[in-house]
Design a protein around this ligand. Structure first.
Ligand SMILES: Nc1ncnc2c1ncn2[C@@H]1O[C@H](COP(=O)(O)OP(=O)(O)OP(=O)(O)O)[C@@H](O)[C@H]1O
Length: 299
């Protein structure tokens, strides 16, 4: 399913939470919605799912308005975490799957598969309330897609997960993508977005600062980050042509270049015809781009 937002606006009385949002998410894509707290991510998700109305603009699925879409095609992990505390893990997943119209045999196979993938086998017959927060979140995650939706929205799915569980979730998202599921998610952790997303939208106070492919965003800045290890002193590096700034990061220097064409002449100077241990010209990380575009800290 292709999702298209055109000029979407959401106002709460005088306050504009989402202001003229436009983007398209193609089938099988992983799309990241990023922005600081209060940027309008959850509001956008809720409008896409028709849990609240937009003030103006249109949201369509394959050209059809959401109100006419079979809800079983959609999956949603809301920001508020919650499962039935007294229900056992397996019962919980059976409940959610059957609620969304899954046949029991197929549902059981899916549950077996995802319980194993998320390393929850030992917790299968435990009541949800006895699980750690991270494990409860994994159960809720599985519940959001156990019915095999075509389009899955995950609001901050990585928050509260340890690095091992974060990897399990990343792999699960990639597996769902392989199965053709379209995934839209938000995250404050830019490395997750960078590793997973094909496309993204960067929101600031309800306004889109960028919407498109990650590579196109990176190309806006170019390969202007040069990391190197050299004996050339800091004050000489600062004076080289094309160097905007130099930061020291442990035993390395990180240079910000005017543009990537200066890298070659810098290489000549710092290597001086000798072996050089590190000289790496890169795009800025998404985290650096985000901080530059949005300003301040992400959290
Ligand atoms: N029901 C409401 N009434 C009034 N204002 C609201 C309402 N819901 C959300 N807002 C405001 O709209 C803005 C966007 O909120 P939203 O929850 O979409 O942000 P978010 O990007 O999901 O933030 P976070 O990262 O903190 O979850 C915020 O300023 C919020 O206070």
């Amino acid at each position: 399913m292709t999702l298209t937002l055109e000029h979407v606006v959401k106002k709460y009385k005088d306050f504009t939470a989402v202001n003229g949002l436009n983007f398209t998410i193609g089938r099988g894509e992983i799309f990241g919605l990023i922005g600081q707290n209060g940027a309008g991510k959850t509001t956008t998700f809720r409008m896409i799912l028709d849990l609240q109305d937009q003030t103006s603009g249109t949201i369509t699925w394959d050209g059809t308005p959401i109100k006419k879409i079979n809800r079983d095609y959609l999956g949603y992990l809301p920001e508020e975490r919650g499962i039935f505390p007294q229900m056992k893990v397996e019962e919980q997943l059976l409940f959610f799957g059957e609620l969304r119209g899954m046949k029991r045999d197929e549902l059981k196979k899916e549950i077996d598969f995802w319980i194993a993938r998320f390393d929850l086998e030992e917790k299968r017959h435990e009541k949800a309330e006895t699980l750690s927060k991270g494990n409860q979140q994994k159960v809720q995650l599985i519940a959001s897609f156990i019915h095999k939706p075509q389009f899955l929205i995950l609001d901050e799915p990585f928050s509260g997960l340890d690095p091992v569980n974060r990897d399990l979730l990343k792999n699960a998202i990639l597996l769902l993508k392989d199965k053709g599921v379209t995934i839209l998610f938000s995250s404050h952790q830019m490395d997750n977005v960078e590793e997973l997303c094909d496309h993204l939208c960067l929101l600031k106070r309800g306004v889109s600062l960028f919407s498109g492919s990650l590579l196109d965003l990176k190309k806006q800045y170019g390969k202007t980050k040069l990391t190197l290890r050299t004996n050339v002193p800091l004050n000489e590096l600062e004076k080289l042509a094309g160097v905007k700034g130099v930061k020291v990061d442990r035993d390395e220097y990180v240079l910000t270049l005017v543009d990537e064409t200066f890298a070659e002449s810098i290489f000549e100077v710092v290597s001086n015809g000798q072996y050089i241990e590190k000289f790496s010209l890169d795009y800025l990380s998404l985290d650096e781009i985000f901080k530059d575009k949005v300003g301040g800290n992400v959290e």
